[in-house]
Design a protein around this ligand. Structure first.
Ligand code: FPP
Length: 246
């Protein structure tokens, strides 16, 4: 039986987050420039979207460019931005056909004007779609996101709009970029690294973590399905005991 047939569709994660890692190593292993790996990573992005869509997953969030990635060599940063612009432009028809709604989290004002425009156009065009919500984390830092939420709440207290005592977990979460999304239940990281790298630190409090040695350009639908199967074998206890959750 193949992977997809083994999945229990009544117990799917609503939200899957992915740290797409290993593009550079994949390219280097083939004696090519790092950017060759990023180009080939686009196919894996497509596979992750299609796999999520096949199953009816509601939210897929991809770590596409971190705030720290701005420190990479200029050549690589511009090549990733060009790739982003080209890919969004090419894939928009596909997103529409699949009823995918595009969204971003992060400091997208930092992106080059052309990338910013391409993204905002695509977000607007897909805004009425009701299938998968595909979120690209761009110029994203979870610590910055948390700091900004704290600042905006502090400002509201200062302005007398709320009292410090009104602040609870829900209000805090509502002030994050992800305020309108459920928390990821499954976090996948490729390339054999066991880190979360400043990604959705608040939101992954109860997520199941799945690490695969596959490098991102080799990631296919079946790898996604395998991760979901693994997720379905886990006992999610949320701090309780086995007997309480079963
Ligand atoms: C991590 O691999 C990958 C990135 C920082 C860029 C991700 C971009 C893409 C997959 C292509 C564009 C995406 C979209 C959504 C259009 P790495 O460079 O850190 O690899 P390494 O750890 O082997 O060096």
């Amino acid at each position: 039986m193949n992977y997809i047939e083994q999945i229990d569709t009544s117990r799917l994660p609503q939200h899957i987050a992915i740290i797409m890692d290993g593009n550079g190593r994949w390219a280097k292993g083939k004696g090519k420039l790092r950017i060759f790996g990023h180009h080939n990573g686009v196919r894996s992005v497509r596979e992750a979207i299609e796999g999520s869509d096949d199953l009816g997953i509601k939210y897929l969030t991809l770590y596409t460019f971190s705030s720290e990635n701005w420190n990479r060599p200029k050549f690589e940063v511009s090549a990733i931005m060009e790739l982003l612009i080209g890919t969004i432009h090419k894939e928009i028809a596909n997103l529409m056909e699949k009823n995918v709604r595009l969204n971003t989290i992060g400091d997208i004002e930092m992106l080059p004007k052309k990338a910013h425009r391409e993204l905002t156009d695509a977000i607007e065009k897909t805004s009425k779609n009701t299938g998968l919500t595909l979120t690209l984390a761009l110029s994203y830092s979870s610590r910055r996101e948390i700091t900004q939420a704290a600042k905006s709440l502090a400002l509201k207290v200062e302005q007398g709009l709320i009292k410090a005592d009104d602040i609870d977990e829900k209000m805090f979460a509502d002030n994050l970029y992800t305020g309108d999304m459920p928390d990821p239940e499954l976090l996948i990281r490729t390339s054999g690294e066991f880190r979360v790298s400043n990604y959705l630190l608040w939101q992954i409090a109860y997520a199941e973590l799945y690490f695969t040695p596959k490098l991102w350009p080799d990631f296919r639908k079946d790898d996604l399905f395998e991760a979901i199967l693994d997720f379905q074998k886990r006992e999610r206890r949320f701090g309780m005991i086995s007997e309480q959750v079963n």
